[in-house]
Write a protein of this length. Structure first.
Length: 318
């Protein structure tokens, strides 16, 4: 199995476990295969297939680029076929049915109940948080600090922060079913004294709203209108300014499916007072690239704003 070194130089190991207690180790190529996303592996794929003169794979790669970039078509199946052909992957992942994931990270084993999410989402969470460190968490920025995780999902980032030595993590997740998994994952890792799961959304007013989603672990659950959503539930929305009144906040991560501008407005006083580091998703709405930096600068003009594309696009502000 190829070793996995993440963006920060840490060696990690990843295992999936099914209900029969069988363990399946994933290498970097296997994780990439499960995500169906090859953009971060393009140089290696191109180099390996040129070196082996594999014209079939080179043709498939050219087709993927054309279909995705020119025709704007979904190419997940083609990308997985290319990865299988390049790295000779033979495992039948569909029949494994993982219930748990284990990640060895910075000297400790982190455990996650992944029974409500797909294998693709499992691999995406591993890639985003533990391989590419999408939200730019570091020991220096997290250790002994108070963190807000808005859009916590099953707890992958909140648990990363706890593993990095956070003093406190407020983990907001509005979908009731996902919130239950978040609580379970906090308990699995014995982080109850550090991570506080909260079944609430964050916004620009204290109110109620309707969250839309398609299944129990849906990572794209949204407060925005999703006409094709199978489930809709009323949930509580809070302003961070009103909820966190007595504590210095050091780091705020927001990945809230297009609600980032409202969430920032609701945290305006905290941001003005404490100037926490901000890691804000910048890809949910076409206006985000212009609107979010302007909004952040209107709250504190002394922020230095960087656009990172470690996995998706995020603004990191200090």
């Amino acid at each position: 199995m190829d070793e996995i070194i993440n963006r920060n130089g840490d060696e990690i190991a990843v295992f999936l476990c099914n209900e029969n207690k069988e363990r399946l180790e994933l290498g970097r190529h296997e994780i990439t295969f499960l995500t169906g996303v090859i953009k971060h592996d393009m140089p290696q794929l191109l180099g390996k297939n040129i070196a082996s003169l594999n014209l079939a794979n080179l043709g498939l790669l050219a087709s993927i680029i054309f279909r995705k970039c020119v025709l704007r078509k979904c190419t997940t199946a083609e990308q997985q076929k290319l990865l299988k052909g390049t790295y000779a992957l033979t495992t039948d992942y569909d029949s494994f049915c993982p219930k748990m994931a284990e990640i060895t990270y910075r000297g400790r084993t982190l455990r996650f109940d992944v029974s409500t999410i797909s294998q693709t989402e499992i691999a995406l969470l591993i890639s985003e948080i533990y391989l590419m460190n999408q939200y730019n968490a570091s020991v220096e920025g997290i250790q002994n600090k108070v963190v807000v995780d808005a859009g916590a999902h099953i707890g992958s980032f909140a648990i990363q922060c706890a593993a990095l030595g956070a003093k406190k993590v407020y983990a907001f997740e509005p979908v009731p079913e996902i919130y239950e998994t978040l609580k379970k994952n906090v308990e699995l890792n014995n982080f109850q004294g550090i991570i506080q799961p909260l079944n609430k959304a964050v916004g620009d007013a204290n109110s109620t709203a309707e969250v839309s989603y398609n299944y129990a672990g849906d990572s794209s659950a949204s407060l925005g209108l999703k006409p094709d959503a199978k489930f809709r539930k009323k949930i509580e929305v809070i302003k961070l300014d009103d909820f966190l009144t007595d504590e210095k906040i050091d780091f705020i991560k927001m990945d809230v499916e297009g609600y980032e501008d409202k969430a920032l407005i609701g945290a305006g006083n905290l941001i003005k007072k404490y100037k926490p580091a901000l890691s804000i998703s910048a890809y949910h709405k076409p206006t985000d690239m212009k609107r979010l930096p302007e909004l952040i600068k209107s709250l504190r003009s002394d922020y230095k704003i960087e656009l990172h594309r470690y996995w998706e696009s995020d603004f990191f502000c200090k």
